[in-house]
Design a protein around this ligand. Sequence first.
Ligand code: BT5
Length: 330
Amino acid sequence: MDLNERIIDLMKRNKEIFLSGETMSKEIGITRSAVWKRVRDLRTRGYTIEASPSKGYRLLSAPDILSAQEIKRTLTGACHKNPLIIGKEIHVFQAIDSTNIKGMELGERGSPEGTIVLTETQTNGKGRLGRRWISPEGNIYLSIILRPKILPSEAPLITLMAAVASASALRKALNTGVNIKWPNDIILDGKKVGGILTEMNSETDRINYIVLGIGINVNMDLSILPPDVRITATTIKEKIGSDIRRTEILSLLIKELDRWYKIFLNEGPGPVLDEWRGLSQGIGKKVKVTSLDSVIEGLAEGIDDYGRLIVRLEGGRVEKVVSGDVTVIK
Ligand code: BT5
């Protein structure tokens, strides 16, 4: 932590209490005038710090900057009996190509399970099948390294697990319905508020590591998106009418991911699949499924135990789809 971070950390730990210049100078190990210079600098960076000659300094508000320290602070306490798997290491970047690309590099270099990569913006945000994930400032872009002992054919279950955890976190944060559309869309008010991209490094019968990437539209102005994407997309800000602190959402998201990942590891896919079925949109409806090599239409009957979409075609034949894009046919 640099000096500014240590001052912020100290003030956040003493929320709402004035700290004298003397206390701060002792705690941080710098002179009182150096404390004052740092406070002035922090104010120019968007922190609102009250300063009183008799009482000292008090932090009133902080800008919405992602900080590993702050996220970790929100995660401690909740789980000391059952330590978190996810979030043991958190790497935060200002701008990188893609948190999934960085996650794959870290996975290759042996970073432990649960390592998180976060960034303020992505210059090459990835969707599935070479598509682009538009990634301006103000949203959440995170990737998590996982090392589950499952078969490569079971990896799509990790996407479903993440969809269930993301929908659950957003439901808690917004106190409103959030749904899932197979295989990787998080849906708010019928529109895409988030997407999931699961990539892996595997051998024939084992997974070396998975990088679970999640993008959630939080405070972005929808007008940033090109018109064709805008009509199918939404943001949390659009829903609640104001900006929201991303750390609040991230903290819930990490806790829900940790909870659902543990359920998945301990109890197998059953509970994840049950929850997914309850949250999903489009099941029981007539759908068109576009895959890399085919387009089929039929009734979406559900998902099987590998997370594949079960589609009953007109003639009665059943197809199980591993990946594709689904549109509900009215
Ligand atoms: C996805 O792909 O939905 C997966 C998105 C995963 C993004 C995360 S961010 C952190 C991590 N690092 C990465 O590089 N990626 C992951 P797909 O289902 O293929 O949807 C892509 C399509 O969604 C695009 O072709 C656009 O039509 C639309 N789209 C692009 N950006 C969007 C956005 N910000 N919000 C809503 N829709 C968007």
